[in-house]
Design a protein around this ligand. Structure first.
Ligand code: ADP
Ligand code: MG
Length: 194
């Protein structure tokens, strides 16, 4: 269980959260929704331990890293699709096979040796998704990860996420109720900042 208690977080003097609490049971599926700028990405970073609150407590953070798809795909440009995935699997046996399997499930079987600069935005997204799905963390975070995918591809990716999630906790941000539903998420609406 990840627990945020009375968390306050500001960037400089811009307050994003003042007294925010949340309990996230192991294996929960949660979708954060709300207008751009309301703090979805900030909350994902807090839940993952990438940033720490100025006050309040966060307990139960995964110790060995979080599987994270950032709002930008953040692939290493000099590495091919498969190398980008394998990179996070250093200590895992059969990492080549695993990377190939997940990329293929995501419809990238023909792009295993393609560099990010030669992939479309939607393909790069799926490589980032494959990298996160392959990483053995109890928490998977998807920050607007389905943006730019057509409906059919979105369905394929959602199926792959659900298959590969294997009881892990999922927290995502999205502007789409359909995506939240596809992934079986409870929805948490964040109010706009003012
Ligand atoms: P969302 O993901 O819902 O669009 P964010 O969490 O990215 O919202 O941002 C919440 C607010 O915090 C926005 O007003 C944004 O401009 C601001 N913000 C985000 N990141 C930073 C940062 N690194 N430094 C300063 N302000 C930031
Ligand atoms: Mg965001």
């Amino acid at each position: 269980m990840i627990r945020l208690e009375n968390v306050a977080f500001s960037y400089g003097n811009k307050r994003i959260f003042t007294d925010f609490s949340l309990e996230l049971a192991d294996g929960a599926h949660l979708a954060l929704m709300g207008p751009s700028g309301c703090g979805k990405s900030t909350l994902l970073r807090l839940i993952s331990g990438l940033i720490t609150p100025q006050s309040g407590r966060i307990a139960g953070l995964p110790q060995d890293g979080v599987a994270y798809v950032f709002q930008e795909s953040r692939l290493l440009p000099q590495l091919t699709a498969r190398e980008n995935v394998e990179l996070v699997l250093k200590s895992i046996e059969n990492r080549q096979k695993l990377a190939e399997e997940i990329l293929t499930e995501l419809g990238l079987g023909d792009e295993l040796d393609t560099l990010p600069s030669e992939l479309s935005g939607g393909m790069a997204r799926r490589v980032a998704m494959a990298r996160a799905l392959a990483f053995p963390s109890p928490l998977l975070v998807l920050d607007e990860a389905f943006t730019g995918l057509d409906e059919r591809t979105r369905g394929i990716v959602a199926d792959c996420v659900l298959r590969r999630l294997d009881g892990r906790t999922l927290v995502m941000s999205t502007h789409s109720g359909v995506e939240a539903e596809l992934l079986g998420c409870e929805i948490l609406r964040l109010a706009p900042l003012h």
